[in-house]
Design a protein around this ligand. Structure first.
Ligand code: MF3
Ligand code: CO
Length: 290
């Protein structure tokens, strides 16, 4: 961190003098850092201008998921949904972030039943009555990133699977209540893990959320099996995803070794996931994408 003079322009780009802007904030960060806390770098904190651009990206991401919500139904292939996502994104002047990301071949991840995440859309996979489906959309607009996912129930779904989807959503909402400036990511992680396990489910350990905004996946990696009072501190301007994967059976997972992407539950039981993108504010949080 470069030490700024009190009369220098603030690092945040507000144009205000440092002493009138982030001076006290930095003192506080330094204080927590000395006490051993992990605090975000300045480069992870979004400026108001960046937040506006990220929100514009998120507006596309939300619209694309809304489109999917209106059209998804039994008999549709996951390849068709991939095409909807591509077309609805591009027609709004944006790019689907997954396409070509580390070699990922499609525009969206679609994960049905025992697929935990990163399911690759294909022609042969036809949605059936009773499926639970995660559609995970991510968008780049003007170089800024947004990312969120929702679950969809296809036709009549068993009470068992419906409950998994509902508890997963509720766990995310409970986690969100723990997003507060000067709190810890572990406060949120533990709240999610506690709620899921109290309901008889397990939380995937190996895959988590991430910082986001200027890149698809920024620091830090975000766990939903963490302990309160641990992990990175949440401070105003910090942006990340909450995206717990909750399994009906055991927490163990494996990655398909043929495609290198698709993640399955080891026991073949269903898994659910919801994802939102969140900004930490002065007095709590703001949901950026859902
Ligand atoms: N959207 C996923 C996430 O929530 C990332 C998928 S990477 C991809 O972080 F390449 F598979 F798209
Ligand atoms: Co994500």
């Amino acid at each position: 961190m470069i030490k700024l003079g009190r009369n220098d322009d603030c690092w945040c780009g507000s144009g205000k003098k440092y002493k009138k802007c982030h001076f006290e904030f930095d003192e506080k960060l330094e204080h927590y850092k000395r006490m051993g806390a992990r605090v975000p770098d300045h480069k992870l904190l979004k400026t108001p201008e960046q937040i506006e651009k990220i929100k514009a990206s998120a507006a596309v991401n939300i619209a694309v998921l809304d489109y999917v919500a209106e059209h998804i139904k039994p008999g549709v292939s996951t390849a068709e949904i991939d095409k909807w996502v591509y077309d609805e994104t591009v027609k709004r002047g944006a790019i689907p972030a997954p396409l070509g990301y580390e070699g990922y071949p499609k525009s969206v991840c679609i994960s049905v039943d025992d697929i935990v995440c990163h399911g690759i859309p294909c022609e042969e996979e036809i949605l059936q009555e009773g499926d639970i489906v995660n559609v995970d959309c991510s968008t780049i607009l003007d170089g800024y990133y947004s990312d969120s996912s929702r679950m969809f129930l296809i036709g009549e779904v068993s009470e068992e699977k419906k409950r998994l989807v509902e508890v997963t959503k509720k766990s995310l909402e409970i986690g969100l209540e723990h997003v507060k400036p000067w709190g810890y990511l572990g406060d949120m992680g533990q709240a999610i893990n506690d709620y899921a396990t109290e309901n008889g489910y397990t939380v995937v350990r190996e895959i988590g959320g991430h910082g986001i905004g200027l890149e698809f996946h920024e620091e830090p990696w975000v766990s939903y099996t963490s302990k309160k009072g641990t992990e990175m501190m949440m401070v105003p301007g910090f942006m990340f995803t909450i995206e717990p994967m909750i399994n009906m059976g055991k927490a163990d997972i494996f990655v398909d070794d043929e495609d290198g992407w698709t993640v399955f539950t080891e026991d073949g039981l269903p898994s659910a996931q919801w994802e939102i993108q969140v900004l930490v504010t002065e007095d709590g949080y703001e949901i950026i994408s859902y």
